[in-house]
Ligand binder design. Structure first.
Ligand SMILES: CC(C)(COP(=O)(O)OP(=O)(O)OC[C@H]1O[C@@H](n2cnc3c(N)ncnc32)[C@H](O)[C@@H]1OP(=O)(O)O)[C@@H](O)C(=O)NCCC(=O)NCCS
Length: 146
């Protein structure tokens, strides 16, 4: 029987999937984001048959350009290719939103890849501003209320 679970994980666990999906070729220890190990930051992990298959991390962080109150930032949103479309990404966003709400957060934003725009808009995010390019390709700022 297929088993599914979404729960909090450590930053070190999250870095394994960051390395596999988001920055292939970089060692897990190079994939440290500021605030990774500082509460109330939170790392969600999706487990499929006891294997970690998806991650999302959230941090209390204002956007440098937009004045969104009680803002948190989403980083490292990724699921393994073999489980995409199975609802793990959505479940990870939901567990992050619950964590943020429990800590009084009101807004969640991210620099999201343009090819994930459909995912973010389905989950209630809207794109802001112009497309911009980073080392991992074209992005928009996405944001939703918590
Ligand atoms: C984007 C990503 C996290 C989505 O994860 P996932 O596990 O496939 O997401 P879910 O299965 O929960 O999808 C939720 C909904 O979004 C849709 N969706 C998922 N990815 C999509 C995409 N790239 N474009 C359009 N719709 C998408 C799903 O079809 C699903 O729709 P439904 O609820 O109507 O069935 C995953 O594809 C991924 O890791 N991609 C590579 C890394 C990446 O781009 N991360 C984002 C960096 S900003």
């Amino acid at each position: 029987m297929e088993s599914r679970m979404i729960r909090g994980i450590s930053a070190a666990e999250a870095r394994v999937i960051r390395s596999m999906v988001l920055r292939p070729g970089q060692a897990a220890e190079q994939l440290v984001y500021p605030g990774d190990d500082e509460p109330p930051s939170f790392h969600g992990g999706a487990f499929h048959e006891d294997q970690l298959v998806g991650i999302a991390s959230v941090y209390p962080e204002a956007h440098p350009a937009y004045d969104w109150p009680a803002a948190w930032r989403l980083r490292g949103m990724a699921t393994l290719p073999e489980v995409r479309g199975m609802g793990y990404g959505k479940g990870l966003i939901q567990v992050c939103l619950a964590h943020i709400a429990a800590h009084g957060g009101q807004n969640l934003w991210c620099n999201g890849r343009v090819n994930a725009a459909g995912f973010y808009t389905l989950l209630g995010f809207a794109a802001y501003g112009d497309e911009f390019i980073t080392e991992s390709g074209p992005h928009y700022v996405f944001r939703r209320q918590v």
